[in-house]
Design a protein around this ligand. Structure first.
Ligand code: PGA
Length: 247
């Protein structure tokens, strides 16, 4: 049985007062929750988040890390630095990083490797665009993202998130059947490359998950929880999504 996992991706949003509000909400409902929870605020808030959530079971993650370990890379933050600051997880390959910051699978593979070397759990994100879905390319696109981005990965310390690009921030969510089909395909891929972890690895769904659709998505056999953007900025909504992820 896989432990359900729900991850908040705050993107370029939030502040210390939202961390306090979220922590109060999560503390109040902790006893009725079975899922593991990770909050990924902007990197500068990782130390504050670690401190503010210390009395809860909530873990802290970052949204990105450098593709280099150290050196003359102005503005970058390494996996090791994030780990020292209090992060345990890091999102890698979110579609916004791929599309807006031109991150390719080769750089992402290096990020995964360095994040794991630093002791972090990478949450490796994959997903197709609407154009690719309409051209029936979903399987080929996802398999090449997995093959290239996870070439150096240790599968025993990894989470995969399926986020169809057309569902992120759009209010359009994949149907539970559409999502399940891709999740099963991802798990079958893991079974090819790392058979011993295929039934253990957590595969999360992301893209317009809300309190209203979370339960049917999370009840699919290969969906182990969610990666939540917009709805993770409202503590009561995020909490309701977390409650929908049952073990
Ligand atoms: P959304 O974002 O929940 O706002 O669609 C999900 C994500 O980008 O991780």
């Amino acid at each position: 049985m896989r432990q359900p996992l729900v991850i908040a991706n705050w993107k370029l949003n939030g502040d210390v007062s939202l961390l306090h509000e979220m922590a109060a909400q999560m503390r109040a409902t902790q006893a009725s929750r079975t899922a593991s929870i990770v909050i990924c605020p902007p990197a500068v808030f990782v130390p504050a988040a670690k401190d503010i959530f210390s009395a809860t079971a909530v873990k802290i993650g970052a949204q990105n890390c450098a593709a280099q370990a150290e050196g003359a890379f102005t503005g970058e933050i390494s996996g090791h630095m994030l780990q020292e600051a209090g992060a345990e997880y890091v999102l890698i390959g979110h579609s916004e990083r791929r599309a807006l910051f031109a991150e390719d699978n080769k750089a992402l593979a290096e990020k995964v490797r360095l994040a794991q070397l630093a002791g972090l759990y990478p949450v490796f994100c994959v997903g197709e665009t609407l154009e690719q879905r309409e051209a029936n390319d979903v399987q080929a696109v996802i398999r090449s993202q997995l093959n290239e981005g996870l070439v150096h990965a240790d599968f025993s310390r990894l989470v995969i998130a399926y986020e169809p690009v057309w569902a992120i921030g759009t209010g359009k969510t994949a149907s539970p059947e559409q999502a399940q089909e891709v999740h099963a395909m991802i798990r079958a891929w893991v079974a090819e490359v790392a058979p011993e972890v295929a039934q253990k690895i957590q595969i999360l769904y992301g893209g317009s998950v809300k309190a209203e659709n979370a339960e049917t998505l999370f009840s699919q056999p290969d969906i182990d929880g969610g990666l939540i953007g917009g709805a993770s900025l409202v503590p009561s909504q995020f909490d309701a999504i977390c409650q929908a992820a049952k073990g």
